[in-house]
Design a protein around this ligand. Structure first.
Ligand SMILES: Cc1cc2nc3c(=O)[nH]c(=O)nc-3n(C[C@H](O)[C@H](O)[C@H](O)COP(=O)(O)OP(=O)(O)OC[C@H]3O[C@@H](n4cnc5c(N)ncnc54)[C@H](O)[C@@H]3O)c2cc1C
Length: 395
């Protein structure tokens, strides 16, 4: 049999890892709306110290050794034709203005197996807009500049994105007034309760004002719906506002120079997929094997895949299971099943000056001192072991 052709749609955190894991199995094609790897991780670091974030989370695809044999197609997947086994892609050529691509050429990428890894839209920091590098530059620098120029910053949300934003902004600019508003008695409802205890005291030590029991009235344009692959996200700025915030929980309205909305209202980037593949919120339905029901040659992984209520496959090695099961599918062998963890785990606040704390599912915090978190975690574990080698940046 000739080498199978595998198309990975979406080359974010999971798509890159999946393409690397599949590289020896066949001719792998990665379709990406971004011109380079732009991670969805560590919003706080990205807002407060974009140059530090860029070093580890924005990486030219050519620097990944594992992608050397993967053909990268810069464009948006716009349709999946399961009958003819093709992914339609609007290429990023002919780009114009503001870093958004124009009406590029449309091509069909044939596949024997396709992996859907198009992730979710989550405010100004994660969206499927077809962009060139200038567009990515602007996405990273404009929110940072807005926060840098503010005296007071209100952050709304109770998950890792909100908490890391509060901690990183407060540490980077100790003179700013930083307040965090979240519903319920405690933040991080999907983590073990010990995690919140530890994170709360760290936020307090950084001078972040904590406001439990605040549920905000959502301005129009935030949350809901599924996102297409098109340039339909000009209202992203609404996740970074300066308007007064009203509370459905009865408190007096709040004002701040900048309001960061990090409320976890993600919408899946599945506008390009047949509706029958999606659940009622627009995420891709998958069997425990990560295969899409009724389509033996279609797999989904990462935040777009409805594996479990928390959609945890990105951070729990779903890419390795997807690659393993695609190999089994091509060989006619049995597939294995994904076992989701019951609780969220990982880092919450991101790297601070006193190091990085990684929380385990039972809530234990493992502190990695700052120099080690840079060298051991990022350079050795993430770059060499997880990604299989990342070349140094060209000077
Ligand atoms: C190794 C690792 C460690 C992690 N550690 C943590 C942690 O410690 N704490 C934590 O909270 N989380 C952690 N996470 C989870 C992480 O924050 C998210 O779950 C992850 O970013 C989701 O990846 P994704 O590939 O599904 O989505 P994304 O990274 O958003 O990638 C989707 C990509 O697809 C592109 N795209 C969308 N639509 C199209 C289209 N139509 N055509 C082409 N391209 C398209 C998007 O532009 C984007 O580039 C970790 C994840 C990984 C992989």
């Amino acid at each position: 049999m000739s080498r199978p052709r595998i198309v990975v749609a979406g080359l974010g955190d999971t798509g890159v890892l999946t393409a690397i894991a599949l590289r020896r199995l066949g001719d792998v094609v990665g379709v990406t709306a971004k011109p380079e790897f732009v991670s969805g991780q560590e919003l706080g670091l990205r807002l407060a110290r974009p140059e530090a974030w860029t070093r580890d989370y924005r990486i030219d695809y050519g620097r990944f050794r594992g992608l050397d044999r993967v053909r990268i197609v810069h464009g948006s997947a716009t349709a999946l034709d399961t009958e003819n086994r093709t992914v339609r892609v609007r290429l990023a050529d002919g780009s114009a203005g503001k870093g958004s691509a124009g009406d590029g050429t449309v091509v069909e990428e044939p596949y024997d197996v396709v992996v859907i890894a198009t992730g979710v839209t989550n405010g100004f920091w994660r969206h499927p807009t077809l962009q060139d590098s200038r567009g990515v530059d602007a996405d990273i620098s404009l929110p940072h500049q807005r926060i840098a120029g503010a005296e007071s910053v209100a952050i709304i949300g109770g998950g890792a994105a909100a908490l890391s934003s509060a901690a990183q902004v407060a540490e980077r600019w100790p003179d700013k007034i930083v307040d965090l508003y979240f519903p319920g008695d405690r933040a991080l409802p999907h983590h073990h309760h010990l995690v919140w205890d530890r994170v709360r005291s760290r936020l307090e030590s950084l001078g972040v004002g904590l406001h439990p029991g605040h549920r905000a009235e959502l301005p129009g344009g935030i949350g809901g719906g599924r996102s297409g692959s098109h340039d339909d996200l000009d209202d992203d700025d609404e996740h970074l506002t300066s308007a007064t915030v009203s509370w459905t929980t009865g408190q007096a309205p709040t004002t701040a120079d900048v309001v960061v909305w990090a409320i976890g209202r993600v919408s899946p980037n599945t506008g390009w997929l047949p509706a029958e593949m999606l659940d009622d919120r627009g995420f891709v339905r998958v069997e425990p094997t990560l295969r899409v029901p009724g389509h033996s040659d279609v797999f989904a992984v990462g935040d777009v895949a409805a594996t479990d209520p928390l959609r945890t496959s990105a951070r729990n090695r779903g890419h390795l299971l997807a690659a393993r099961n695609i190999r089994a599918h091509l060989a006619g062998s049995p597939l294995r099943e994904y076992q989701p963890p019951r609780r969220r785990w990982g880092s919450v606040l991101g790297p601070l000056s006193d190091g990085l704390i990684v929380f385990t599912p039972p809530g234990q915090g493992i502190r990695v001192p700052a120099p080690a978190s840079d060298v051991v975690l990022q350079r050795l574990i993430t770059h060499q072991l997880i990604y299989g080698g990342v070349r140094r940046r060209a000077r």
